[in-house]
Structure formats: C-alpha cells, structure tokens
Design a protein around this ligand. Structure first.
Ligand code: ZN
Length: 171
C-alpha cells in the first residue's frame, strides 16, 4: 500500500472540521496582537453574511477603522498558518459572487483550504507514532480513499500484481 500522506491527512482533517463546524465551534486562540487586513465593501458584506460560519471556524473579526478588519482570534489547529493570509483567502472565496456558485460549496472550499494548511506536508518526515496515528485515523474516517479534491490517498498493489510487474509469474 502506498499512501500520499498529505492527501490522506487532508481528508482526515477535512472530515473532522466538517463535524466540528456542524456540531459546535473550533478551538481558537486569541492573538496577542490583533492582525489587520483591508476589506472592500463587498468583502465586508460577505463577512457579515457568513458571520456564523466564521465564528464556528474559531475566527473572530472586528471592525478596525474604515475598510479594515482586525483578526482577534484564530483556530488553534491552524497555528502554523499565517492568520492574515488565511483570512484573506477565506474572504476572497466567500465574496465570490460568480453565477452558479452556491454558498454551501464555498463553505466547503474554505474548510478544504483549512484542511490543506493544517495537514502534514508531502515529503515531511514522520515518526513511527505519527505514521501509526495516520493509519488508525484512516480506518476511522469516511471516504479515506480520496482527498477532498477527489484525488486518491492510497494505492494498493497485491503481491500477485507486484510479481506480475516484475515478471516473476511462474517462479
Ligand atoms: Zn492540500
């Protein structure tokens, strides 16, 4: 079995995020120094419209002068991500008013973006404990065979197939 550790971990986190956001709120941390970002009127409106969802993500945004918002809290699981960059990308997505884009899909895109940023990187060395954890989570999560974008997380070869590849049939 060959596993794409990023794709699999992304799926695991994505499912966890969907569950947490549906059932409550992500754990978040107050920023010592609030970070600010500029928002257009259209973006401020999108933030307003999605305020419940944003709060459930554990992100606290407050108006901070004209056309500016301050990030007061940020989800703990995204501790490695840059708050301004993340919120910027999130607001870009949420304010996308292209025809045919439905709100539900946008929310899932934001969750997927969060999962991608929180997941183990491709090629990142893992300890044995982290690998076992990944295997255990894999068995507990639904749709573990595909990442949220639909790419496979796992490729399986049977011994038979490997032997055929090495032209060992008959030995
Ligand atoms: Zn990713």
């Amino acid at each position: 079995m060959i596993i794409d550790q990023h794709a699999l971990h992304e799926r695991i986190i994505y499912e966890k995020l969907c569950r947490n956001v549906r059932e409550g709120k992500l754990e978040s941390q107050r920023l010592l120094i609030p970070e600010t970002l500029a928002v257009s009127d259209n973006e401020a409106e999108a933030i307003q419209e999605n305020s419940d969802f944003i709060a459930k993500l554990g992100i606290e945004l407050e108006p901070f002068g004209p056309d500016t918002m301050a990030i007061q809290s940020f989800p703990t699981m995204l501790a490695k991500a840059n708050p301004v960059e993340f919120v910027r990308e999130m607001v870009d997505k949420l304010s996308d008013k292209s025809p045919g884009i439905d709100a539900e899909r946008l929310l899932h895109e934001v969750l997927d973006m969060a999962a991608c940023k929180a997941a183990i990187k491709a090629g990142q060395p893992l300890s044995e404990g982290e690998m076992s954890q990944l295997f255990a989570d894999k068995d507990a999560v639904v749709r573990a065979s595909r990442c949220p974008h639909g790419r496979p997380t796992t490729i399986k070869f049977t011994l038979d197939e490997l032997e055929k590849q090495f032209k060992r049939t008959g030995f």
